[in-house]
Design a protein around this ligand. Sequence first.
Ligand code: DTR
Length: 344
Amino acid sequence: MKKAAILVLWTLFVVFLPGCKKSEPTDQPSQAKVIQLTYANFPPASTFPCVQMERWKEEVEKRTGGQVKIQTFPGGTLLEAKDMMDGVINNQADIGCLCMAYQPGRFLLTNATSLPLGIPNSKVGSQVLWDLYNKYKPDSFSEVKVLTMFATAPSNIMSKKAIRSLDDVQGVDLRASGGAAQILKAWGANQVGMPMSATPEALQKGVVQGLFSSLEVMKDFNYAELCRYVTMTDTVIYPFAVVMNQKTWDGLPDSVKQIMEELALEQCVWTGEYMDQHVRDAIEWSKDTYEVEVIELTPSQKEEWNRRLETITDEWISQAKGKGLPAEEIVTDLKTLIQTYSRQ
Ligand code: DTR
């Protein structure tokens, strides 16, 4: 009997002691074990999703005094664009950066930021997105820890031939994803869907005659070499999220979690500011390097282009209602947030 009791106690000691040690708070980085994390991203290292990744990595490593080390994988070397969310859920990477527009149905709520509601720039879009996420905490992110979110600058048409009017855009093969697809269709273009990482080849091979995206890609992907024309439409942004595997998050010391939580909004704003500046630089660079022509629509043309988009928000509302979302409230919130952040 006594022997059995000793055996039970010994077993409990052996089984539970290592677990107890792990969960001890480790506030002194120098004595703590280094935590290694992997971070996957889909586009090339020079592009804005990867620039923000390197900035986040640097800040976390610095602020944790080296307790956390992050190994980054740009260019789809660990996870590709459309595998990002599931890859993080399945722990193929600890962290992943994803573009929500590439899976429109999966991220229905946060993709509402891609409606043509007049988000003027990346900084405003990023803050609107972050607030919207935090208010509604959509189910699509329930299996991961969201580390930050941010949005691109508004999208414009980059093309091999000049697009100066709605007539010029009819039937032109233009690449876009997610909410932007409906916009191109509404203008009469032939929308071709694919992630940004597949676009350089499609442009080169002539599968598409241009694309619809934020303009920093003219420089970062050297699209200006092939697309000598930009038509300024300043329409929708694309929302992004950075997510962490839930178990990885649960296993982090509280002090590290706090640093990452504090960084969330800061990273969102930093990325917005970086992108807005980078878009301005890329336009100047494209003009200087490839004599790219930037075509401005007249006010009456703009009105006509925008009128074609009027039904898109109503369609989203009925789709979202069908999925049980408070769709009208979400759109009202979006409009209020856009106004609030645009004034700042
Ligand atoms: N506009 C989206 C997202 C996007 C914008 N710039 C980049 C750079 C690298 C990857 C994605 C994006 C798109 O067209 O896919």
